[in-house]
Ligand binder design. Structure first.
Ligand SMILES: C[S@@+](CC[C@H](N)C(=O)[O-])C[C@H]1O[C@@H](n2cnc3c(N)ncnc32)[C@H](O)[C@@H]1O
Length: 360
């Protein structure tokens, strides 16, 4: 059945071009817009992309609440009746979301749920907020997590080698470090960290863990630094890529992202927007390919002359090119430097049908 296009949740929604370069927005990229501890990245751009408007009764899902910077901005821009369903895999982030509910004007409009964003479609249906006007994913970890040695994300501070976003789910990173065969460990560090010295690092870890299991962040960091030698000129700490690889695998981050993107298509309203902020190339490639594939009519291999796939476009690209932080934001917040925002809009069912099988 054809679903009518909902009224866009933005005062400029009727005139916004279908493909835009997002440069201005109703909120500023200021640290004061977030809870202390995490400076939201591409705040103005991401919020503008979701087109919130006051009094529109818009419904959003923030899949990565973190410190709540993006959620708060969405609530402010969609007051007095916009709703945000805020998820986070980290129970500490959800505690912060419940604390934010104490703010006047927010209580009834913020729904915090401790959940993995891989399940966002299920949670959104359970909470009765489908269809959604916008979904935001701001990937990776928050400064809260990085700044707490006991979470095990930081190689500069001693803590247990944990790295789980949800400490109650799955196994800590130390399990990978102490049990994976050397070759698999090297492949993991290469594939998810892009670390050229992955084989040397895996060999050093294998040797070291024969003495005693590696269970702290600083011990692993020292083993990695020792394996890579004291080469000068490195811009980043020698353990950066290894820690990134272990974190991605420990939290099954790429699998969760794929599930979230697919779920988002099912719960976005026609005209609803999906905005994803990625921090490294593996994540961004998944987002980019997903948007390209879901924006395409036919996805048959080029050698097939007539479409047989019947694939329908369900998305429209909104950002022609990825949006990156400007120099001011990158200078003020080094964490923002690698951020890449991509935005797409859910098409109407009518649009889906009219372009079925069209070759691109
Ligand atoms: C970069 S922070 C988000 C910051 C937030 N946008 C803000 O303005 O404060 C990413 C958050 O996403 C959470 N996270 C990462 N992967 C997740 C997943 N698969 N499901 C739910 N939350 C996830 C992390 O626990 C972290 O709190």
């Amino acid at each position: 059945m054809h679903t009518p296009l909902h009224e866009p949740c933005a005062s400029w929604g009727a005139t916004l071009p279908r493909i835009v370069t997002i440069v201005s927005a109703p909120v500023a990229n200021t640290p004061s817009s977030s809870a202390p501890g995490h400076r939201p990245v591409l705040l103005a751009e991401a919020v503008a992309a979701l087109q919130p408007r006051p009094g529109g009764r818009c419904k959003y899902l923030d899949g990565t609440f973190g410190g709540g910077g993006h959620t708060r901005a969405l609530l402010e821009a969609s007051a007095p009746d916009g709703i945000v369903l805020a998820l986070d895999a980290d129970p500490a982030a959800i505690d912060r979301a419940f604390a934010l509910r104490r703010d006047p004007g927010i209580a009834e409009r913020l729904i915090p749920v401790h959940a993995n964003f891989a399940d966002l479609a299920i949670v959104a249906r359970e909470r009765g907020v489908v269809p959604l006007d916008g979904i935001l994913l701001d990937l990776g970890l928050s400064s809260f997590q990085l700044d707490q040695p006991e979470r095990g994300f930081a190689f500069r501070h001693e803590g247990p080698l944990d790295m789980r976003f949800d400490p109650g789910q799955g196994a800590p990173a130390s399990d990978l470090v102490n049990t994976l065969p050397e070759r698999e460990l090297a492949d993991l560090i290469w594939r998810y960290g892009g670390e050229p010295g992955s084989r040397r690092i895996a060999r050093a870890i294998a040797r070291e863990r024969e003495q005693a299991p590696i269970v702290t962040t600083t011990r692993l960091a020292a083993v990695v630094a020792g394996a890579l030698g004291g080469r000068r000129g490195r811009e980043i700490h020698p353990a950066t890529r290894t820690f990134q690889a272990l974190r991605i695998v420990t939290n099954e981050e790429l699998t969760a992202l794929e599930a979230a993107l697919s779920g988002a298509l099912d719960v976005l309203s026609p005209g609803g927007r999906l905005a994803v902020i990625a921090f490294h190339s593996l994540e961004d490639r998944i987002v980019k390919r997903f948007i390209e594939r879901e924006s395409a009519g036919c996805i048959c291999p080029p050698e097939i002359p007539v479409c047989v796939c019947g694939h329908r476009p369900r998305l429209q690209k909104i950002t022609r090119r990825a949006v990156r932080p400007d120099a001011t934001e990158s200078d003020a917040n080094p964490r923002a430097r690698s951020a890449i925002l991509r935005v797409a809009e859910r098409l109407t069912d009518e649009t889906d049908g009219s372009t079925t099988g069209a070759r691109r």
